[in-house]
Design a protein around this ligand. Structure first.
Ligand code: PLP
Ligand code: ZN
Length: 426
């Protein structure tokens, strides 16, 4: 089966061959992969998908590669569950958590990178590169190493240590730029014009972004082959949000789910919210901003797919909402305490926005709601380290613990949960 028809311009519809290219030569609009859906329909079925290994390549027919020899580290098919405590706390009866923080390099970026590097290899590249807000760097570095590519990752120099170490361990060339992501991205666009490299989020972007559809596919499959009523998605470039919607629509179009009326809501940090601002103002124009937020993984001031993300939210009846850095940290702690998941700032943004949407009545109690948790908190410890419970350090002597315990009871840090007199005798 040949499933890729070519690349199609999202603006003027012009079609071109499926090479490493992301802009339309006629109107400069972004290019998207065009599929032969008739061929795909003839091949795909729920039974076939369900019989395959638990990674995103179970949706092979709907991913933009022709090869079966894929570059995979078993990304995807991540945990999905009905909320244990957060739903009750917020007053939602059907809240689900999609935990993409436990992919091979601990963010959802492994989805897009597995697809992008498989396609890059298929197109004959031996150098891969990316412009990253942090998570993409680690993912490209890992898959680049396993795929035996020469790997360059470009990052803002002031990234969190966990993200620099998390990329460096795979031994890529890391280039730290003194500037924010938008400046890194601009430089990478210039480099991509000069070097015949596969820049996953520049010239490989049409293929790369398709990997995000699997976060729509999986949730539908894990819900028992149906679409949720409402999803809350963190937004950086806007690609993930747009593609979750595309994934759900494709499933419906191919008869894998009965209907798709999912409302798609966007979550951004208040200090970098160009997409949410456009949604709130119902504007077609995304005004670039200079990011200022602890949520670095989603700090893109001039988002490539911002327009399409805002259109997706508006056309599905979703909502755009932001969260302050304070609310983001609260969101991280809330998810940790309620669901046992330590997410990074992007996930904190999702949870904070979810809470605001419930409180303002924009999500109702009975809706089937999915909160997308896209990154792991162990990579951004700086953002919460001063705000969480710290160890009480004592000598290894019962008398010291007794003193500490009495102090905790007296200051009401804990109730008297053991009998001081009966159980602790010095
Ligand atoms: C990159 C990223 C996003 C958003 O991705 P876009 O497709 O650029 O909107 C969300 N969460 C995390 C943790 C990310 O790393
Ligand atoms: Zn065009």
């Amino acid at each position: 089966m040949k499933k890729i028809k070519g690349l199609r311009c999202k603006e003027c519809g012009h079609e071109s061959p499926a090479i490493a290219k992301h802009v339309c030569e006629f109107c400069f609009g972004p290019l998207e992969v065009a599929y032969d859906y008739d061929a795909i329909r003839a091949e795909i079925s729920k039974e076939k998908i369900a019989s395959r290994p638990h990674n995103l390549w179970r949706y092979w027919e709907l991913l933009p590669v022709e090869t079966r020899d894929v570059l995979s580290l078993n990304e995807g098919f991540t945990p999905f569950w009905k909320s244990r405590n957060l739903g009750k706390l917020l007053g939602l009866k059907n809240l689900y958590i999609k935990n993409d923080a436990v992919n091979p390099t601990f963010s959802f970026k492994d989805r897009v990178v597995s697809v992008a590097l498989t396609r890059s290899r298929e197109l004959g590249f031996d150098v891969v590169a990316c412009a990253s807000t942090g998570n993409l760097a680690g993912s490209v570095a890992a898959y680049g190493a396993v795929g035996r590519f020469k790997t360059f990752v470009f990052i803002p120099a002031d990234l969190e240590l966990g993200k620099i170490v998390g990329a460096g361990v795979f031994d890529p060339i890391i280039v730290g730029i003194r500037g924010n992501y938008d400046e890194v991205n601009r430089l990478c666009a210039e480099i991509a014009d000069l070097f015949r490299w596969a820049f996953v989020n520049v010239n490989i972007r049409p293929y790369y972004s398709e990997g995000s559809k699997t976060l729509g596919f999986e949730v539908a499959e894990q819900l028992g082959w149906r679409a949720p009523d409402h999803v809350v998605v963190p937004v950086a470039s806007g690609s993930l949000l747009t593609k979750i919607h595309k994934g759900l629509r494709e499933f419906h179009q191919l008869g894998l789910i009965p209907e798709c009326h999912t409302r798609i809501s966007a979550a951004q940090a208040f200090g970098c919210a160009p997409v949410v601002t456009a949604i709130k103002e119902k504007s077609d124009i995304i005004k670039p901003v200079v990011p200022k937020t602890i949520a670095k993984s989603i700090a893109i001031g001039n988002p490539a797919d911002g327009y399409y993300a805002s259109q997706t939210v508006l056309s599905t009846g979703g909502v755009g909402e932001w969260a302050t850095d304070e609310e983001i940290i609260e969101g991280i702690r809330l998810l940790a305490r309620c669901e046992g998941v330590f997410t990074e700032t992007a996930g904190g943004t999702t949870v904070a926005v979810l809470k605001k949407l419930v409180e303002s009545g924009k999500i109702s109690a009975d809706e089937v709601v999915v909160a997308y948790i896209t990154g792991n908190g162990f990579k951004t410890q700086e953002s919460v380290q001063d705000r969480i419970s710290k160890p009480y350090t004592i000598e290894a002597r019962l008398s010291e613990f007794r003193a500490l315990y009495e102090n905790l009871v007296q200051t009401k840090r804990v109730e008297n949960v053991g009998s001081l007199e009966m159980k602790l005798s010095v």
